[in-house]
Design a protein around this ligand. Structure first.
Ligand code: DX5
Ligand code: ZN
Length: 222
């Protein structure tokens, strides 16, 4: 069953000089969770932020933080982000040697766990681990950078994952990351997603409240 819709602004596109203000601003504009992109210049070409920055957010505000690890390996960072107050930790299955073990590690630290599938990653990596997932995230761009265009084949993939989740009877969120905007959020929701990461579509705009309100009104029609 679909969970309530969540809008997750990705701070990758925020003004890092004013990060605290940016976070307060999107959350008071109606966002549900902060999406936190961790890139290591190894699994992906870009290099971003780590547990220190996560802690600096969670120590000052109680908003949930959705940590998306684009790192290889994964396991050494999991306790660091659990300690830094992450609510969710998601990772890419090909970036860890033992997927089941990494999922167990995340949950053992009291954090919700998820797998992230790149555009070309097949769905069979979900087999055998569904009961250890709190979220499945489909990348609708190749990971590494904000501001890319949504890859349309993600819509079919979302429909397939929605069927898998519903057939399992488990409460697993279905998140989508990359190129999500007010203009395509309704068809993405109609394909089965309930959690929407948006970086440049929110932080790139003048009025965050207006963008988030427009996204919510488009979701109402789904
Ligand atoms: C890409 C990141 C995304 C990115 C989304 O590797 O995982 O979270 O920030 O940015 P937009 O919404 O601009 O595509
Ligand atoms: Zn992300």
């Amino acid at each position: 069953m679909k969970q309530p819709y969540w809008i997750a602004p990705s701070i990758l596109s925020a003004d890092f000089f004013r990060l605290g203000e940016e976070i307060e601003s999107v959350m008071s504009s109606g966002a549900d969770i902060i999406h936190f992109d961790v890139m290591d210049n190894h699994y992906v070409p870009n290099l971003t932020i780590g547990p220190l920055v996560c802690r600096s957010i969670t120590s000052r505000v109680s908003y949930p933080v959705d940590v998306h690890l684009m790192t290889e390996p994964v396991d050494p960072l999991v306790p660091m982000f659990a300690e830094a107050g992450a609510s969710f930790i998601t990772f890419h299955p090909e970036a860890t040697r033992h997927v089941d073990r990494t999922l167990q590690l995340i949950r053992s630290l009291g954090v919700r766990a998820g797998l992230v599938l790149n555009p070309a990653t097949p769905l069979n990596c979900l087999d055998y681990v569904l009961d250890k997932l709190d979220v499945i995230m489909l990348m609708s761009v190749n990971p590494g950078f904000g501001g890319q265009s949504f890859i349309p084949s993600t819509l079919d993939k979302l429909k397939q994952v929605r069927r898998i989740i519903d057939a399992s009877g488990l409460q697993i969120r279905l998140e989508v990351d990359g190129g999500v905007k007010a203009g395509n959020i309704a068809e993405i929701a109609a394909a089965g997603a309930d959690t929407f990461v948006a970086g440049s579509a929110i932080f790139g705009q003048k009025d965050y409240g207006e963008v988030i309100a427009t996204m919510r009104s488009r979701l109402e029609g789904v």
